[in-house]
Design a protein around this ligand. Sequence first.
Ligand SMILES: Nc1ncnc2c1ncn2[C@@H]1O[C@H](COP(=O)(O)OP(=O)(O)OP(=O)(O)O)[C@@H](O)[C@H]1O
Length: 297
Amino acid sequence: MISIENVTKRFGKRQVLQDVSFDVKDGEIVGFVGLNGAGKTTTIRIAAGTIQPNSGDVLINGHSVTKEKRVASKYLGWVPELPIFEQDVKALDYFVYIAGYYGIPGGEAREMGKRLFEEVGLSGREKDKLRNYSQGMKKRFALAVSLISNPNNFLFDEVLNGLDPQGIQFFREVALKMKKEKKAILFSSHILSEVEAIADKVVFIHKGRVVKIATMDEIRNSISTRNLRVVLGKVTKEAISEAEKFGTVEVNGNTLVIRDCKADLQAVSMALSNFQVLEIGWVTGGLEDYFFKLTSG
Ligand SMILES: Nc1ncnc2c1ncn2[C@@H]1O[C@H](COP(=O)(O)OP(=O)(O)OP(=O)(O)O)[C@@H](O)[C@H]1O
């Protein structure tokens, strides 16, 4: 479990984080969302122990990153937005070198490296120098490194940035697999559809403050559009022209979506009653609608 507790951070005179608090529970994927400069990376770097907060703390499985960094780090994996590695070293050699910091002897580290390279889709590229890795490959390498201590908490900072669709799918599946294994995952991303696809809960940060924490169910239920979805038992020409009296109609099998519906649900339900209304309800919006509503407010 990752607990961010009242974290405050200033860079010089600029207040970058103000009293940021939230939890990522075991078996939970938490989306971390905010505009550019909102404070996501700073929060993540504080959680990873690479920068110190001015006040507050982050607990990893109950261990303070500010006071017990070594122990806390053992339970934490981190894939940074722009992984920076030694460029002139062969990837597997560098992995073995890093594993040394975790007290893993050379031979064992090499075997572990081969296994993890395969797991993250880098087999065959063990002898390439890191300078010859693409951005996506560097992220996969950072993931392999983060798996060395088999931690149960993960920080993914904009891991999808600059990835091709295959890379995006790979990291989505990694996060979902980790969730199944009851790991705690904090996942920052600008690709809101991806956050929506995997997150259980979303933390919204704006100008250094947490402005909202909501589950995906709460988000979906709170945004209702003027688009009405109706499932009919009988979809006939008459049914469609009846529906068209209320707005533009899209037909997909037995489902009609009346866009910008001018009437209320009961009126449409009555008007279509001869065509067997099996289901009727307003289409709910997604994370993107919610995010814009929140930040424009
Ligand atoms: N080392 C630093 N020194 C001074 N200011 C910094 C430093 N790192 C970050 N900042 C400032 O802190 C604020 C938050 O930056 P941060 O990178 O955490 O935002 P972010 O939400 O991750 O943004 P993005 O979505 O663009 O990655 C910004 O105003 C940024 O300029």
